[in-house]
Write a protein that binds this ligand. Sequence first.
Ligand code: NAP
Length: 440
Amino acid sequence: MADRIGIGILGFGTVGQAVARILLEDAAAMEARTGLRLELRHVVARDLTKPREVTLPDDVLSADPARMFSDCETQIVVELIGGVDRAKELIRAALQAGKDVVTANKALLATAPREIFSAARTAGRCIAFEASVAGCIPIIESVRRGLVANRIDAVHGILNGTCNYILTRMLDDGISYAEVLADAQRLGYAEADPTLDVDGTDSAHKLAILASIAVRQSCELDRVQVEGITNIELNDLAEGRDLGYVCKLLASARRHDDGLELTVAPTFVPREHPLAAVSGPFNAISVYGSAAGHAFFYGRGAGGMPTASAVISDIVDTAIGNARRTFEQLVALPDQTPSAKYRTTGESIARHYLRIGLLDRPGGIGRIAAALGAEGISIATITQHEPPRDSATHVVPVIVTTHPVKRIAIDRAVAAMTTIKGVVGRPVCIPVFTGETDAK
Ligand SMILES: NC(=O)c1ccc[n+]([C@@H]2O[C@H](COP(=O)([O-])OP(=O)(O)OC[C@H]3O[C@@H](n4cnc5c(N)ncnc54)[C@H](OP(=O)(O)O)[C@@H]3O)[C@@H](O)[C@H]2O)c1
């Protein structure tokens, strides 16, 4: 006789409906695979009149979470409402009611990790959160358990499918950021308000969670240096391609002798690295471990069903007691690990690409070269293009690539360039990915 596990879902949107669909439609297959009878007992939403794609059995849908919390036959509560404050309140209430919790809420886990995890410990329950990073890719489980033999030296991820879709389409179709974004919103790859995706915040949330697990230290969200993709132009992507690179919004955690470095930034990835081949809305993560070397993970990072795949794996893990053991024994959660020691900002060394808008007048290139030279930056290549035929401004893009140099020197040179006569706007700077060579 299969063990019966009662499940309640908070939130009946994209992911909540997909989880409900699998629980209802694949119940027999899930039972055959796991030996568990996963019974969906409660679903909570705000608007009970809204049309939904999944039909629930009578009496399952309500607007009242208390019904779920007081039901002693519901053992696992799945939080899929998103946001921070209300989700935190509901998770606390579920834990206090003796439920284990599964969540996909990266914003909450990244902004209040100690609070959430210590609430679970105090209540003697556990929280599983595989779906909070990289959708269907089992990356939390892999770094925590599968790669437990390793000191993880670096993690580099394409963790936001919206940004990857935008960067891929810009280059493939030769269209601007604004055009692709509008199209992505129409096709449902981007939210109506895409700010948290395109400004890098969503990737930073996921990186803070993943890095905390990977390096077994507490990685604070405000220590992630974040830059989004809003300043990237089609020109930059095309120049990068000519230089042998593909531009990706890369979320990186790197361990150095002098501390940890956490960054989210548009980065030129050499074409031969597997991350460069990740296109469209897909996610991928390169993990560099002391024993394993390079391990690469790839899959759908968002969407109802891919995310539900990770949620269901957490439900099963929780039901069979694995999640509890992991939570208690593989002690690497932010409420119990020391805060990471961070490398000083600007110390990272990489080759850099710069695009400088320059008025087409004598002496401009010389002044740019002098600004770079003043910071000890060695130029690898420099190219000045013809101004576009229809340009009334006579602003020409000057493309510079540098030899490896500290980021702080680049930032100082960029600041100096903004004051140079003839330089228009702020130069765009994209570091070149150096992979495991800079992951000590
Ligand atoms: N969508 C993805 O691809 C994806 C991928 C990875 C992780 N996630 C995470 O998964 C979570 C859910 O995302 P989603 O895309 O499924 O969101 P969504 O489509 O906006 O659905 C949210 C659901 O929560 C309900 N809700 C919101 N506030 C509520 C409240 N105060 N009380 C009760 N119900 C409330 C909404 O009810 P109504 O429908 O009645 O308004 C809706 O059903 C988020 O944390 C998100 O970051 C999503």
